[in-house]
Design a protein around this ligand. Structure first.
Ligand code: DON
Length: 308
């Protein structure tokens, strides 16, 4: 049997020297202040076992990793009708790109680019008050992490709201095409808060387990999304989880994953477990540079790939 703890330790050691090679996100001022030398990893298994390395208990801003969870919540709430608001094709563009929205009538390519996540959050709101929806998202993350201490970092949310012209532009653009059901400020207000949720690798890996186990949280026994929906979320993560770097990530790691500009990556190994890594230095596409190296080595050493 593969010694997964050893695979994790080896991957950590290989990636550690690369912490300096990336660049910390600075377009959200509150993120620019994070120490780039931090690096953590956690592996969660369906029996509740957790293996950790490095700064696995330090909370970080999950940023775009949140998009996977709001996608699951939106699918659970409104079902397939979500696909009238957002597509499921890779964009091949940067996470915050606006160009395709014009030629594609305000329908974003997929739920994991910013425009698509904003459209997904808009559908999740479903006529409710923005605060109630932010509370629902936070409660879901706490339950998935098995930790009621998970919080929204309101400084990060405020920092992003102050510098959120690009995201507001995407939202107004979709509004202009009739693809937004709630006021722009309500929608981006929820979106900024979901991105500002702070979690550790340990919490995030635990939170991802339901996607590895056909939509069922193996530790609470709850069926959170239908099995076919969990499979499709994983398919979207594989094809779109790293924007214009998604092909490279699939080529190197071979597992569905989602990056965030806070430096976190959540990776799903269907039937096996979930891995969260965090190191704030990013590559050009906004994926943790050391984190992706660590995942590549872990997946190879563990023999975990959806293409096996
Ligand atoms: O909307 C934004 O720009 C950020 N809150 C999230 C972007 C992000 O994490 C991109 N991912 N790698």
């Amino acid at each position: 049997m593969t010694d997964l703890a050893r695979c994790l330790a080896e991957a950590y050691a290989v990636a550690l020297p690369h912490r300096r090679d990336g660049k910390v996100a600075d377009y959200i001022p509150a993120l620019a202040a994070v120490d780039p030398m931090q690096f953590g990893m956690a592996l969660a298994l369906p029996d509740g076992t957790l293996h950790v390395e490095g700064d696995a208990d330090t909370p970080f801003s999950i940023q775009s990793v949140s998009k996977v969870f709001t996608l699951a919540l939106a699918l659970r709430r409104i079902g397939s009708d979500l696909w009238t608001s957002v597509g499921r094709e890779p964009s091949g563009s940067a996470f915050n790109s606006v160009v395709q929205l014009e030629s594609e009538q305000g329908i974003p390519r997929n739920p994991l680019i910013n425009a698509g996540a904003i459209a997904t959050t808009d559908r999740l709101i479903d006529g409710r008050d923005g605060d109630a929806v932010a509370d629902e998202i936070l409660a879901f993350m706490r339950a998935r992490a098995g930790d009621p201490g998970v919080e929204i970092d309101l400084d990060v949310a405020a920092s992003e709201a102050r510098t959120g012209a690009r995201n507001r532009s995407l939202a107004y653009f979709m509004d202009a095409f009739g693809n937004l059901r709630h006021p722009v400020e309500t929608v981006v207000g929820v979106y900024f808060r979901q991105c500002a949720i702070a979690m550790s690798c340990r919490q995030l890996a635990r939170a991802g387990l339901f996607l590895a186990m056909e939509g069922r949280d193996p530790l609470t026994g709850e069926q959170l999304v239908d099995p076919h929906r969990a499979r499709r979320i994983n398919a979207i993560m594989m094809l779109c989880g790293h924007y214009d770097n998604s092909g490279e990530f699939a080529f190197r790691v071979g597992l569905p994953g989602k990056s965030g500009v806070g430096g976190g990556i959540l990776c799903i190994a269907p039937g096996q477990g979930a891995i969260a890594v965090w190191s704030p230095g990013l590559n050009e596409a906004g994926t943790s540079l050391a984190g992706a190296i660590a995942l590549e080595h872990f997946a190879y050493a563990a023999g975990w790939s959806v293409f096996d």
